[in-house]
Write a protein that binds this ligand. Structure first.
Ligand code: ZN
Length: 446
């Protein structure tokens, strides 16, 4: 069975000449692809930019291709697809972001919920640690709180991903980090400063004492002159706004990524930067196709910034891979409905639901205000009868846009890995998520 599928792929490569990516994937596809299977023909990198669209998988790439109106997504345009990545954790077929982040940061599996430690609780060194120990600058960027599971996995060791204030403490104490940009101010300051810290510690002041410049608006970030050696940017009390609702005082993910690259590339030894498009996962949990596509568009700007830098610099490896799938998104596009219709939507499902009166008197008006779709009485009745108006709205809009979902949670399918620049060819075939940081380290020669 397996064999014949491979032959079919070989035939396809022969006919349409898909290029080096598929040929290499086929050539090394001997069942298990270990580190040996990924040994490069060439390609050392001085810098790695590791972009993680949380929850993003094949369904998102395909729907986004149909959604996007001005040209191909950059990962298609630059032919960046390299491999598929297995995502299971140490204790579950379906991973969470803590275990997945740990695998991507340390090369070791752990249990769901755990960050930077083995299932037995032993601390694991990360690729960020290795980069710093080899004289490179390091940075973490996210659109969630910076203490959320994925960025945290590169910086801390905790047995529970929910220990947010402890994670913030460890992040500031971690001398290996030069830059952190994201949300989550409340986790860094005590209650009398509007935070949630019960230990009374003001971590922002502590960070400043440890050499961090502190910024909290998009303008401060843009205007920062780079005088200090380290930078902490917390642009929201909790998570940043979804890209569709971006506030002018918050930087976009693309702006944070550009600034991070500019800052980290100032010295000659190279850098390691992790950038997370955190909220694609949240869109998946909500089955909100509009949120998923708009946050993917914002994430694409970060990928463009990374690829532009790699083009200019010539010694940079750009890697992009979701930590797992969220929502089991599928493509049901048809003549009546396809994802490009989401351009006629202008609010998240949660925001629409919040505007609807308890007696639904303005339901139709809200839907007609924020979408270009027609809403029949029958559809309105179905929405009124639902247990969750938000989910019902999201489901209805997804159907009208030809987007289907199979879950409100993560799923266990393999996720596509994209790579570009120096050492990109090291990724081929089906690999485990624990291989990803090992391959990046090999590319960096660390
Ligand atoms: Zn999730």
């Amino acid at each position: 069975m397996k064999r014949s599928k491979k032959l079919a792929v070989a035939g396809l490569v022969g006919i349409v000449c898909l290029g080096a990516t598929y040929t290499a994937a086929f050539a090394s596809d001997s069942g298990e692809v270990g580190e040996e299977g990924n040994q490069p023909s060439s390609g050392q990198a001085k810098n790695v930019i590791f972009l993680i669209p949380d929850g993003f998988s094949q369904g998102y790439t395909n729907n986004y291709r149909l959604y996007k109106e001005d040209g191909e997504p950059i990962w298609d345009e630059r032919n960046m697809l390299r491999a598929f990545v297995q995502t299971h954790s140490a204790n579950a077929e379906v991973t969470d972001s803590a275990a997945a982040g740990t695998a991507l940061a340390t090369g070791e599996k752990t249990n769901n919920g755990m960050i930077g430690v083995t299932p037995a609780g032993q601390t694991l060194p990360t690729i960020l640690d290795s980069a710093k120990e080899n004289g490179k600058r390091t940075g973490l960027v996210a659109t969630s709180t910076i203490t959320h599971a994925t960025p945290a996995a590169f910086a801390v060791s905790v047995e529970s991903r929910n220990s947010y204030t402890e994670i913030a403490s460890q992040m500031v104490a971690n001398d290996h980090i030069d830059l952190m940009l994201g949300g989550g101010r409340t986790e860094f300051v005590p209650e009398d400063q509007g935070g949630i810290r019960e230990d009374g510690v003001d971590l922002i002041s502590e960070a400043e004492e440890k050499g961090f410049a502190f910024v909290e608006t998009a303008r401060q970030l843009a205007n920062w002159n780079g005088e200090e050696d380290r930078l902490l940017g917390l642009f929201a009390e909790e998570a940043l706004s979804p890209a569709a609702n971006k506030r002018t005082d918050e930087p976009s993910l693309g702006e944070m990524t550009e600034k991070a690259i500019e800052f980290l590339s100032k010295e000659d030894n190279g850098f390691f930067l992790m950038v997370e498009g955190s909220q694609i996962d949240w869109a998946g949990h909500a089955n909100d196709a509009y949120y998923a596509m708009t946050d993917t568009a914002a994430f694409e700007e970060a990928v463009e910034a990374a690829v532009d830098f790699a083009d200019e610099n010539g010694e940079t490896l750009v890697v992009m891979v979701g930590d797992h799938d969220t929502g089991g998104m599928a493509v049901h596009a048809s003549e009546e409905g396809d994802p490009s219709k989401l351009h006629g939507v202008s609010a998240l499902g949660s925001d629409m639901a919040a505007e609807v009166e308890r007696n639904y008197s303005n339901l139709k008006e809200v839907l007609e205000t924020y979408t270009n779709f027609e809403w029949t009485e029958e559809e309105l009745d179905q929405l009124k009868e639902s247990d969750s108006l938000e989910l019902a709205i999201n489901t209805a809009i997804s159907e009208k846009a030809g987007v289907a979902w199979s879950s409100l949670d993560h799923t266990g399918i393999d996720v596509p890995l994209y790579a570009y620049g120096a050492g990109a060819e090291r990724f081929t075939g089906t690999i485990d998520n624990t291989e990803v940081p090992k391959i990046m380290k090999a590319a960096l020669g660390i």
